[in-house]
Design a protein around this ligand. Structure first.
Ligand code: GCW
Length: 674
């Protein structure tokens, strides 16, 4: 197994009925010629190379041919879409069965590349290719990876080694760059931010001469795979580079500086897509310093990049991180909404607001961010985190696609129909073209990319979901398993079981009922019920001996009222509020009966024991795969499962004991509580 090739390891052998039977897959690629600038030769070459790698070439018998026929593609194919089918009207001369040839039609080269990967995926999944007819368009325009990689090679919240983009303050361009771009293209990713949103001193220099050469090279490699390179930007760059005394977005000198600087940057790196900005958040500089708004800041940059078709992606993760735990009025959950809702409609068209899936910070369970459905005149990107910062840090298996699917399907009620998060970020709800999804990436220079082998399912899955948001988490998991480990049914069934049980299990043995946190401060791994209870970060559970939870109802912080009806009323009423979010929205007595019929305290005990049992079962089933997977993979996963089991037990004991001691209420089932 070649780990670097991950789910694209064709050397492992193509499988599937047709491929094995006659080996006669002949391909004809058809592209539309007049698509101005839509055809990138490098992308076409990569598409052809991929097809050759997968299906041939078997030059001796000459039956696998790939022809590039440039002619007008039929109408109905929009950007990055493709039509892949077997054309029976064209006889395949080299083939005894007289089957047709395979055609990939698209209106641009990204469509051709995605069509090629689709054909390969179909073959490798063991599906029959005969009669194939697939017409697809990506479900959203922007499908992005956000890397939090630092110039020194470290990765903020990285759990799989060091950066492959930077080391010792230098930009790295090597084989790993193209190996990475190839993987991303195969799942439909078309935009990548390579550096951390916390832009430190060294990274501020990425927009200067010092790094243009390697960045240009990298952008060209990416472009060959249909991907645009993006950078995270330091809002205070003119100050920190020592060129101006201010970063005031309304100061003409500052505006002029950015225009000039962007002219230089885009002149040197023409393939650049734009910038991602974290401003006025967790100590980062921003327009607040000058009494200006986020719209002032974002629009200044948007004007500077507009001549080059650049985008400004502005994050909404803005909150007061200097809170006093006694202050019950300030609610971190409200802050993103409160900071941005008044600016709806004030941003230029090449600005996109990037909104985390929930109002807090990538907890195992959060409600959907109320800006989705709140904003109606602003471009939006949904940000999720596949780096498992709060979900087991790639030592625990935690397949996050079920969560992402739930989020995408959440109904905001912003419109009579087409009101889900999926429809908003796909651009359907408000007819926008600058929108999509971004994931905080989970990769590093570990040989298997993601540390935990099974964490690669999140990497693969995020891309596939952003391209085809109608897919289910289960379908995506099956694809990834087959493409990575082949068509062994026992392997598929077992790994599917592990992946699909993992998020529910993790939720059970960690913090209960939507309350979140309860982790060790700073590094966010392992249980510490009061770890964040008295700190400045605004992340409290408010547990005392009578009850637990944060009152975010109309009588509390009013957060529930940020949703549209009927969501606002649903969340506001503890009788109607979904159990899994009850303590996020309400402070409740431990003896409160949940909709499930259990009391809160009994629910806590039960779910924690269940979570541990689930991990036990996962380990037991996985152990039976001995001999069916490459030894190293098997050993790595077994090792991590053993740790996960032990760690899940620690979570269980710490949480159960904490609440047993706080409440004095015993477990109905008399299990061991310390
Ligand atoms: O989740 C928090 C992380 C920070 C991160 C921040 C953010 C990059 O703990 O490490 O900083 O979110 O999203 O900006």
């Amino acid at each position: 197994m070649n780990y670097e090739r991950a789910w694209l390891d064709y050397e492992a052998g193509l499988s599937g009925p047709d491929v094995e039977k006659d080996g006669a897959v002949q391909l004809e690629i058809e592209i539309k010629t007049e698509a101005d600038g839509g055809i990138q030769d490098a992308v076409m070459e990569n598409a052809v190379r991929e097809l050759r790698g997968a299906f041939g070439p078997k030059e001796q018998d000459g039956i696998r041919k790939i022809r590039l026929v440039k002619r007008q593609a039929p109408a109905g194919l929009s950007a990055e879409g493709y039509h892949l089918y077997e054309d029976k009207t064209v006889s395949n001369a080299g083939n005894e069965q007289q089957d047709g040839v395979f055609v990939i039609e698209a209106s641009d080269s990204n469509g051709i590349l995605y069509g090629a990967f689709e054909l390969i995926r179909q073959a490798r999944m063991g599906n029959t290719l005969r009669g194939l007819d697939i017409l697809k368009h990506p479900g959203m325009p922007l499908r992005m990876m956000n890397h939090w990689d630092n110039m020194d090679g470290s990765i903020e919240r990285g759990y799989s080694g060091n950066s492959f983009f930077f080391a010792e303050e230098k930009v790295l361009v090597n084989d790993r760059t193209s190996a990475y771009a190839r993987l991303m293209a195969s799942i439909g990713i078309n935009a990548v931010v390579i550096n951390n949103v916390n832009v430190d001193k060294a990274a501020t220099l990425l927009i200067t001469q010092k790094h243009f050469e390697p960045l240009k090279k990298m952008s060209e490699i990416f472009a060959g795979y249909g991907i645009k390179l993006y950078l995270s930007l330091n809002y205070a760059a003119p100050l920190e580079l020592g060129e101006l005394e201010s970063a005031d977005p309304l100061d003409e000198k500052v505006r002029g500086w950015w225009k000039k600087q962007m002219e230089i940057v885009f002149g040197e790196i023409p393939g650049l897509g734009g910038f991602l900005i974290k401003a006025d958040s967790e100590g980062r500089p921003g327009p607040f310093t000058y009494g200006r708004t986020h719209a002032d800041g974002a629009n200044m940059l948007a004007e500077a990049v507009r001549p080059y078709g650049g985008l400004i992606i502005w994050r909404c993760f803005v909150y007061n991180c200097q809170q006093d735990w006694r202050d019950r009025k300030t609610d971190r959950a409200r802050s993103g909404y409160d900071n941005f809702i008044g600016l709806d409609g004030a941003f230029l068209d090449n600005v996109i607001l990037q909104i985390k899936n929930g109002p807090m910070d990538f907890q195992v369970r959060e409600p959907v961010h109320p800006l989705f459905g709140g904003l109606t005149q602003t471009n939006q990107i949904l940000e999720v985190q596949i780096a498992q910062e709060y979900t087991g840090q790639q030592r625990h298996v935690c397949y996050l696609l079920p969560m992402f699917c739930e989020i995408l399907n959440f109904m905001t009620y912003v419109k009579e129909d087409e009101d889900t998060v999926k429809e908003i970020v796909s651009g359907r709800t408000f007819g926008q073209k600058n929108c999509g999804m971004a994931a905080v990436a989970n990769t590093g220079n570990d040989e298997n990319w993601t540390g935990h082998d099974l964490a690669a399912a999140n990497l693969y899955g995020f891309g596939r979901l952003s391209f085809e948001p109608e897919l289910s988490a289960q379908e995506i998991a099956k694809e990834w398993i087959r493409l990575t480990y082949g068509l062994d049914e026992q392997v598929e069934e077992t790994i599917l079981f592990l992946l699909m049980s993992s998020w529910p299990a993790y939720e059970k043995y960690t913090s209960p009922l939507g309350i979140g946190w309860m982790v060790n401060p700073n590094y966010h791994y392992g249980p510490s019920v009061d770890g964040y209870e008295y700190s400045r970060w605004g992340t409290y559970h408010r547990a005392d001996h009578l009850g637990i939870g944060v009152d975010r109802s109309h009588a509390g912080t009013g957060y529930t009222q940020l949703y549209r009806e009927p969501n606002a009323s649903l969340y506001d009423d503890p009788e109607k509020c979904p159990d899994e979010l009850l303590l996020f929205f309400h402070h409740m007595p431990y003896t409160w009966k949940l909709r499930s019929g259990k009391t809160i305290i009994q629910h806590i005990y039960d779910t924690h024991f269940e979570g541990v049992e689930m991990v036990d079962e996962m380990e037991r089933r996985f152990a039976a795969l001995d001999g069916r997977l490459p030894d190293a993979v098997y050993a790595r996963i077994m090792g991590r499962l053993a740790h996960q089991k032990e760690h899940a037990r620690e979570w269980c004991d710490q949480i159960n004991t904490y609440f047993y001691r706080k409440t004095g209420i015993s477990d109905e089932k008399n299990r061991k509580l310390y």
